[in-house]
Ligand binder design. Structure first.
Ligand code: VGL
Ligand code: ZN
Length: 194
């Protein structure tokens, strides 16, 4: 599937934070394998002067999604901790726009669009085609891709730059199928015409 990097394209990197990487509080198995491919995509976008966004899961202490409050997850990505920092291995370009999400103590938000200015900023920049990669395929990537499609963006899923948690075996594959069925275009780096 060949796809063009048009002047109205943007890259969105979802939650590549220390806590979701090996050694973190909620590690995605082999989550670090998304970093090299994402750096390749960042290079393509940066060279063209196209916008790059990065979301952060940005929870207050004692967030509703944490086990101590009956949620499904161990504490992770607590605001202003090292675990919440975006990996320093990611070569974010100057001018990267950071979007924090899931900051309300009593609500979770898997999508980067939920309660953020992301769609407003994308529209302001004239973005029509959104390329999405990062962590985790079966949670925040999936929710972000679905919202992106519902908001009318041509939504491109970076199959070589996503990894899932797979709480149940097969969750990530199932999530990819759902995103494609919904209208996402699944590609790898070789498919990008530039
Ligand atoms: C995520 C679990 C909990 C994600 C965030 O970024 O996919 N997963 N919080
Ligand atoms: Zn979270």
């Amino acid at each position: 599937m060949r796809i063009s990097l048009t002047g109205r394209s943007a890259l969105l990197i979802v939650d590549v934070q220390n806590d979701f990487l090996p050694g973190g509080a909620l590690p995605v198995p082999n989550g670090d394998t998304v970093i090299a491919p994402l750096n390749n995509y960042i290079g393509l976008f940066a060279k063209r002067g196209l916008p790059v966004f990065a979301t952060r899961d940005w929870h207050p202490k004692q967030h509703v999604s944490f086990r101590e409050r009956g949620g499904p997850w161990p504490p992770h990505c607590v605001q202003n901790t090292r675990g919440a920092e975006i990996s320093s291995m990611l070569n974010l370009p100057p001018g990267v726009r950071i979007v924090d999400k899931a900051f309300s103590p009593d609500r979770d938000a898997y999508s980067g669009f939920q309660e953020t200015v992301l769609s407003l900023e994308l529209h302001r920049l004239g973005v029509k085609r959104l390329f999405i990669g990062g962590l985790a395929t079966d949670y925040c990537v999936k929710a972000t891709v679905i919202d992106s499609i519902d908001l009318g963006f041509e939504t491109v899923l970076l199959l070589d730059a996503v990894k899932g948690v797979d709480v149940n075996p097969g969750d990530s594959e199932k999530a990819v199928r759902e995103m494609i069925l919904k209208g996402a275009v699944g590609i790898t780096l070789n498919d990008v015409l530039h």
